[in-house]
Design a protein around this ligand. Structure first.
Ligand code: HEC
Ligand code: HEC
Ligand code: HEC
Ligand code: HEC
Ligand code: HEC
Ligand code: HEC
Length: 500
C-alpha cells in the first residue's frame, strides 16, 4: 500500500505546519483540558453543593493545562516550520505525519488510542477532582494546612459530619461568586505563605445563619429547658471536686407559644441588632430591639458610648452570635484538664494537679508542637519528683495528648485567640449585653441580667450535695470564695489559672 518511492516525490502541496507530533500531543492536551474544564464547570454550576475550591481546579488548573496544550501546538508548528526551511532541499519533512508509512501508521494508531484513553482519564479525573474538592479532607488538610487547627477541632465537634462548605459557603449565586473569589485569594495567600496566624475570627463573610444553620436547625423548634452538668476541680492539694448542675431556660413556656427564654433573640417577633466597638465583637456598646408587632424600638447604650454606630457595622443577631464556635471549639486548658481529671486520665493522686497540668501547657518556652511533649514531661517531672511513677506517666501522657489536640503554637491557635460566646465564665459572652452597664435613654436596663433569668442551679458541690435536686433553684456558691460583685467572671477566669 505504501510505496517507498512516494517519499522521494517532492512535496508539491505544502502541508500545514501544524501537522507534526508535538502539535498533535499539544492538541490532545488542549482538547482534554477543555473537556475537563467543560465537565467541571458544568458540575460546578449545576451541583447542589457549591464549592469554592472546585473553582481552583475548574478555573485555574484546567485552563493552565489548556494553555500548556496550546503552547505546545504552536511550538510544534514553529519547530516544524524551522525544520522545513532548514532541510527543504535535503530531506523530507521529518516531523510530518504520514499515513502511508506503516511505522507511522502504527504510531498513529497507538497515539489515537492513547489520546482516547487520556480523554477518558481526564473525564474520570475531573469527576474525582469534583468529589475531592468537595470533601472536608481537602478543605481541612490538603489545601488548608493553614487551617489544620480548625480541622482538628472540627473533627471532635457536634458537626464533624457536616461539610465545611455547608457553613462556610451556603447557597445562592452571590455566595457562589464570593466564595469563588475568596477560595482563589486564599490559595494565593497560602502559596505565598502570607496567611494570618492565627486566622482571624469572626469570619466576616460567613453566610447569614438563615442560609446555613437554618437549613438543618429550625429556630422555632421547641427545646424546652436543657439540663446541663459542669464538672470542675479546684486547684488545691486534695483536688476537690466541684460540680454544678443547671437547667438552661432555652425556651420556657409551651411548645407553639412565642419563643421566650434564651432563644427569644432569634424569634420572628423581634430583631436584636448590635454594634461592637472591637474586631472580635467582645465590646458591645450599642443595641437595638425592634418589636415587629407594635413597632416599638428600644435602644440600649453603654455608659461610655454616646454617638450613633456606623450603619454598616450594625449586625443583626443570629445563631452565630451565641453559638460562634459550633464546629471549632478550642477548649480552655482549664476545661480540658478538668475533663481528663474527671475521666481518670490525669491522676488525682498528684496534689494540686490541675494547676500544674495547666501551667505545663501554657509554658511560654513552647513554640512548636514538636517540642511540646518533651517540655511538658520535663515540667511535670520537676514538679512531682516523689510521685508514683505510673500516676505521673499517665498524667504526662494525658497532658501531652490534650496539648496536641487543642493547642497549635505554630498557628498561634488556641482558646486564647478564639473566644466562645455561649456562656460567661471564661469570656464575657452573654454578659457583653446582659450587665448593668447598658441602658435606654429613660434609664431602663437590659432585663434578664440576674443569676436566675437564664438558668437555675439544680444542685452544686460534690458527693451527696449532688443527690438532691431543687426545682426552685439554689443560690450559686462560688467555689473560689467571695468576690466583689462589680467583677465579671471573665475578669478572673480566663481558661488558664485564675485568681491572679
Ligand atoms: C457547623 C458550621 C461549621 C462547619 C461545618 C465548619 N465551620 Fe469553620 N467556622 C464556623 C463559624 C461559625 C466560624 C466563625 C467563628 C467565630 O466567629 O468565632 C468558623 C470559623 C472558621 C475559620 C476561621 C478561624 C476560626 O477558628 O475562627 C476557619 C479557618 C474555618 N472555620 C475552617 C473550616 C474548615 C476547614 C471546616 C471543615 C473541615 C469548617 N470550617 C467547618 C462554622 C463552621
Ligand atoms: C447539615 C446540617 C447542619 C447544619 C448546616 C448545622 N447543623 Fe447544628 N447540628 C446538626 C446535627 C445533625 C446536630 C446533632 C449532632 C449530635 O447530636 O451529635 C447538630 C447539633 C447542633 C447543636 C447542639 C450540639 C452541640 O453540642 O453543640 C448546636 C448548638 C448546633 N447544632 C448549632 C448549629 C449552628 C449555630 C449552625 C450554623 C453555623 C449549625 N448548627 C449548622 C446539623 C447541622
Ligand atoms: C442568645 C444566644 C443564643 C442564640 C442567638 C441562639 N442560641 Fe441556641 N442555645 C443557646 C444556649 C445558651 C443554649 C443552651 C445550651 C448551651 O448552653 O450550650 C442553646 C441551645 C441550642 C441547641 C440545643 C443544644 C443541645 O445541646 O441540645 C440548639 C440545636 C441550638 N441552640 C441552635 C440554635 C440555632 C439554630 C440558633 C439560630 C436560629 C440559635 N441556637 C440561636 C443560646 C443561643
Ligand atoms: C447583643 C446583645 C446580647 C447578647 C450577646 C445576648 N443577649 Fe440576651 N437579650 C438582649 C436584649 C437586648 C434582650 C431584651 C432586653 C430587654 O428588652 O430588656 C435580651 C433578652 C434576653 C432574655 C429574656 C428573653 C425573654 O423571654 O424576654 C434572655 C433569657 C436572654 N436574653 C439570654 C441570653 C443569653 C443566655 C445570652 C448568651 C448566650 C444572651 N442573652 C446574649 C441582648 C443580648
Ligand atoms: C444572660 C443569661 C445569663 C445570666 C444573666 C447568667 N448566666 Fe450563668 N450561664 C449562662 C449560660 C448560657 C451558661 C452556659 C454556658 C455553656 O453552655 O457553656 C451559663 C453557665 C453558668 C455556670 C456554669 C459555668 C461552668 O463552666 O461551670 C455557672 C456556675 C453560672 N452560669 C453562674 C451564673 C451566676 C452566678 C450568674 C449571676 C451572677 C449567672 N450565671 C448569670 C447564662 C447566664
Ligand atoms: C475575683 C476573681 C473571681 C471572680 C470574679 C469569679 N471567680 Fe470563679 N473562681 C475564682 C478562683 C480563684 C477559683 C478557684 C480556682 C481553682 O481552685 O482552680 C474559682 C473557681 C470557680 C469554679 C470552679 C473551678 C473552675 O476553675 O472552674 C467555677 C465553676 C467558678 N469559679 C465560676 C465562676 C463564675 C460563674 C463566676 C461569675 C459569676 C466567677 N467564678 C467569678 C476566682 C473568681
Amino acid at each position: 500500500m505504501s510505496s517507498p518511492t512516494e517519499s522521494h516525490q517532492p512535496v508539491i502541496q505544502p502541508r500545514s505546519h501544524f501537522n507534526n507530533w508535538i502539535s498533535a500531543i499539544g492538541g490532545v492536551i488542549a482538547v482534554g483540558s477543555l473537556f475537563s474544564f467543560a465537565l467541571l464547570a458544568w458540575m460546578d454550576l449545576t451541583g447542589s453543593h457549591q464549592n469554592p475550591y472546585l473553582g481552583i481546579f475548574t478555573y485555574i488548573v484546567a485552563p493552565g493545562f489548556l494553555i500548556t496544550g496550546l503552547v505546545l501546538v504552536f511550538f510544534g508548528a514553529w519547530a516544524q516550520r524551522r525544520w522545513a526551511i532548514k532541510h527543504a532541499a535535503t530531506m523530507p519533512d521529518k516531523w510530518r505525519l504520514d499515513f502511508h508509512d506503516p511505522l507511522q501508521r502504527r504510531n498513529i494508531i497507538l497515539f489515537v488510542s492513547g489520546a482516547v484513553g487520556f480523554l477518558l482519564l481526564s473525564a474520570f479525573g475531573s469527576y474525582q477532582t469534583f468529589h475531592y474538592a468537595e470533601s472536608n479532607l481537602f478543605c481541612g488538610q490538603a489545601c488548608h494546612t493553614a487551617m489544620n487547627p480548625e480541622y482538628q477541632t472540627y473533627q471532635r465537634g457536634a458537626h464533624a459530619r457536616v461539610g465545611c462548605v455547608e457553613c462556610h459557603v451556603g447557597s445562592g449565586a452571590a455566595a457562589f461568586v464570593q466564595a469563588k473569589l475568596n477560595g482563589t485569594r486564599q490559595l494565593y495567600g497560602f502559596i505565598l505563605d502570607n496567611y494570618n496566624r492565627p486566622i482571624p475570627a469572626p469570619v466576616h463573610n460567613l453566610r447569614p445563619a438563615q442560609d446555613t444553620c437554618e437549613k438543618c436547625h429550625w429556630p422555632e423548634k421547641f427545646l424546652g429547658n436543657l439540663d446541663m452538668t459542669y464538672e470542675h476541680f479546684l486547684s488545691d492539694r486534695k483536688n476537690s471536686a466541684y460540680t454544678v448542675r443547671m437547667l438552661m431556660r432555652v425556651n420556657d413556656g409551651r411548645p407553639g407559644s412565642p419563643l421566650n427564654g434564651i432563644h427569644w433573640h432569634v424569634s420572628k417577633d423581634q430583631t436584636v441588632e448590635y454594634y461592637a466597638a472591637d474586631e472580635k465583637r467582645q465590646d458591645i456598646v450599642w443595641m437595638r430591639v425592634t418589636h415587629k408587632k407594635d413597632g416599638e424600638v428600644k435602644i440600649f447604650r453603654n455608659e461610655t458610648f454616646k454617638g450613633e454606630p456606623p450603619a454598616e457595622l450594625v449586625r443583626k443577631m443570629d445563631c452565630i452570635d451565641c453559638h460562634n464556635r459550633p464546629a471549632h471549639v478550642f477548649p480552655t486548658a482549664n476545661d480540658s484538664v478538668e475533663r481528663a481529671m474527671a475521666l481518670g486520665h490525669i491522676s488525682l493522686e498528684l496534689p494540686n494537679v490541675k494547676r500544674q497540668a495547666v501551667n505545663a501547657m501554657i509554658q511560654e518556652s513552647i513554640t512548636t508542637a514538636e517540642e511540646a511533649p518533651g517540655k511538658i514531661a520535663e515540667y511535670l517531672k520537676s514538679k512531682y519528683k516523689t510521685a508514683a511513677p505510673e500516676a505521673l506517666a499517665k498524667t504526662i501522657a494525658a497532658v501531652q495528648e490534650i496539648y496536641a489536640t487543642t493547642m497549635f503554637p505554630e498557628r498561634k491557635a488556641d482558646w486564647r485567640q478564639y473566644p466562645n460566646n455561649i456562656g460567661h465564665k471564661d469570656w464575657p459572652g452573654c454578659f457583653r449585653c446582659h450587665d448593668d452597664k447598658h441602658s435606654t435613654a429613660t434609664g431602663e436596663k437590659v432585663k434578664a441580667s440576674d443569676c436566675t433569668s437564664c438558668h437555675i442551679i439544680l444542685a452544686q458541690g460534690k458527693g451527696d450535695d449532688l443527690t438532691t435536686l431543687t426545682a426552685r433553684g439554689l443560690e450559686f456558691k462560688h467555689p473560689g470564695g467571695e468576690y466583689d460583685a462589680e467583677l465579671r467572671c471573665a475578669d478572673c477566669h480566663n481558661g488558664g489559672i485564675q485568681g491572679k
